[in-house]
Design a protein around this ligand. Structure first.
Ligand code: AGP
Length: 610
């Protein structure tokens, strides 16, 4: 089940409707099948909600609401419990309580049965309305007490913004799992949301609401307490990106903008970790003790983050000589993995909130393994719960399809491999300096790749009628194939599979028939000839081949329909350039099909429940 919602709450001196609707637009990537707001109006709570995008909600608000308001909550939803209907849209009200929710209440059926015995029935099919009913049933005029008692009864993940009908101007928030960040801007007011992108117009300073702490928002400020009411001082954080980063800036889609942001993101991620031409994590506070005495590395992550792990594994094993495995986080958590204090578990996550990856880190800690996370969102749960964190600096990634977050994850994994090799003395200092030189060049290499845009747009026409296709490659190219395949599937809805090129003949090649597109990646010199043999095999069975190679290799023109050549470089660094090609292929396949590139069906940017 997925967490697919964006939530926002505001109370202050400005028009809350503008702030809520503006915030919901920035959060729409988190859920986009219905939206709603609730606000205090003349002492009462008024709710406007509708199926459709935030634009539909804005139209409805413009025609139905005249009254000004200074306190309200807003929600953008992707349905989990209950279909896409106006009634199931948030906010939900029961009795004194009006609520928006991001997450899943797992025991909602049980709670619904208990409430039914008291003669209370919900009007929607949502778990959220059940949560509103539970809070209301515990409410006797004391919000803290009601929230505490209700949360004791709720199982699952939640981020709540709650308004009580008899407490105008006040919003209460609590979370378990689902993210919530908040800020107070004296000229505007107090604001809380699922993501910093909704806050950035008001402040660059914010705090992550810790789990099981209650934030009370009023126009005077935000007070955080624990469940017993004792004051709690949250740690203030600062973001180093600004409001422009959360806008499309003239690009048709966020994904295209984010592809173009890669040189900058890579530069910001790589440069601060190089001192005297050697990898250095001093400013990250990552001591070498985390790498010392390690006999095994386990990399965990989901989807694209896990694919970055595949590249990381190859680099760590090759350079640092440490046995490394890559585990799908959702499998790892139930597999009773063998871990010890000599195991380093590296979690990779853009959001830092992915439930399976978080559970993997918690399990690793339980089993005494050392934990290091590679995370993009500052202060996120995975970052906070790991022993150490290496932040990537991609800035906010809004498109559901991960692009810049992936290439900076690769850069982080290269840096980790280099540092481990340096400490283990498996590679000479001179050789490490050589690798660092290549890594420094990566932002420029990726910049060159952005010029391939038009060529790939053209080539991608070959995919217009495709229903199935294959990505093949060996070694690092296989890891890239996995990433190319997920990218294409998630935004173009074309079925594809990634195959280790040498494995095709063990079954899959029976699926290669006339005009099946095959995207073959052949950038790794030591297996180049082998991959080309596999290309010949699919070509002779009628495949339409797009071949990605390094510059300078001569390819028989009969072998492929299109060849894309990457600028000359050390082939260990080819994944960065190849990734851009694959991102453009997926992007244009989606654009040519007229799909919503940034908001593909059924998907969520941040998957914070199982
Ligand atoms: C990438 O394009 C995907 N949308 C998805 O696989 C994503 O990488 C995965 O859900 C992990 O997210 P995280 O990096 O935030 O943990």
């Amino acid at each position: 089940m997925f967490d697919r919602c964006g939530i926002i709450g505001f109370t202050g001196d400005c028009d809350a409707k503008d702030i809520l609707l503006g915030g919901l637009r920035t959060l729409e990537y988190r859920g986009y099948d219905s939206a709603g707001i609730a606000f205090f109006s003349e002492g009462k709570i008024k709710t406007i909600k509708t199926v459709g995008k935030v634009d539909c909600l804005c139209d409805k608000v413009a025609t139905e609401v005249e009254d000004a308001t200074t306190c309200g909550i807003g929600h953008t939803r992707w349905a989990t419990h209950g279909g896409v209907t106006d009634t199931n849209s948030h906010p939900h009200t029961f009795g004194n309580v009006t609520l928006i929710h991001n997450g899943i209440i797992e025991n909602y059926q049980e709670l619904a049965n208990e409430l039914a015995k008291e003669g209370k029935k919900p009007v929607s099919q949502t778990d959220t309305e059940i949560a509103a009913m539970v809070i209301d049933s515990e409410y006797e005029g004391e919000p803290y007490e009601a929230i505490k008692k209700a949360c004791d009864r709720l199982d699952g993940a939640y981020g709540f913004c709650i308004m009580f009908a008899d407490r105008p101007g006040e919003i209460y928030s609590i979370r378990n799992g689902s993210p919530l960040v908040a800020t107070y801007a004296p000229e505007t007011g107090a604001i809380i949301a699922s993501d910093m992108v909704a806050l950035i117009s008001y402040s660059k300073d914010y705090f992550v609401l810790p789990e099981q702490k209650i934030a009370k928002l009023t126009k005077e400020g935000i007070v955080v307490t624990d469940l017993s009411g004792a004051p709690f001082e949250p740690e203030m954080l600062h973001v180093n990106w600004d409001v422009a980063a959360a806008r499309k800036d003239g690009y048709e889609y966020f994904m295209l903008k984010e592809i173009h942001e890669q040189p900058q993101a890579l530069m910001k991620t790589i440069t601060p970790r190089i001192v005297d031409d050697l990898p250095d994590f001093t400013t990250d506070g990552i001591g070498d003790d985390i790498f010392a005495g390690i006999d095994r590395v386990v990399i965990v992550g989901c989807g694209t983050a896990m694919h970055a792990g595949l590249v990381g594994k190859a680099m760590i094993e090759k350079l640092a000589g440490v046995l490394t495995s890559v585990e799908i986080a959702s499998e790892f958590r139930y597999a009773n993995p063998i871990l010890s204090d000599k195991t380093l578990v590296i979690a990779i996550s853009q959001s830092g909130e992915t439930a399976d990856t978080l559970a993997a880190i918690r399990l690793a800690k339980e089993k005494n393994a050392k934990t290091l996370s590679v995370v993009n969102v500052k202060g996120s749960t995975i970052a906070r719960e790991s022993d150490y964190v290496l932040y990537t600096h991609a800035g906010p990634e809004i498109a559901v399809a991960s692009t810049k977050a992936y290439t900076v994850q690769l850069a982080a994994m290269y840096l980790i491999a280099f540092r481990m090799a340096y400490i283990n003395k498996t590679v000479s200092d001179e050789a490490i300096k050589g690798l660092i030189k290549c890594l420094r060049r990566v932002p420029k290499d990726v910049e060159k790749m952005l010029k391939y845009d038009a060529q790939i747009e053209n080539i991608s026409n070959i995919l217009n009628k495709a229903e199935n296709l294959f990505f093949i490659g060996r070694g690092l190219d296989y890891a890239l194939s996995c990433e190319g395949s997920i990218k294409l599937k998630e935004i173009s809805y074309i079925h594809s599979e990634a195959y280790a090129a040498g494995e095709l003949k063990h079954g899959t090649i029976s699926l290669i028939t006339d005009n099946i597109p095959v995207i073959a990646i052949a950038t790794q010199n030591h297996v180049y000839g082998k991959t080309i043999s596999n290309v010949k095999e699919v070509r002779s069975r009628g495949a339409n081949v797009i071949l990605i190679t390094n510059e300078g290799v001569s390819v028989d023109p009969a072998l492929c329909d299109h060849q894309i050549t990457l600028p000359r470089m050390d082939d260990r660094f080819a994944p960065f350039s190849a990734a851009v090609v694959l991102q453009f292929i997926a992007y244009y396949a989606s654009v040519h099909r007229g799909l919503n590139v940034d908001q593909p069906r059924n998907l969520a940017k941040s998957v914070t429940v199982e």
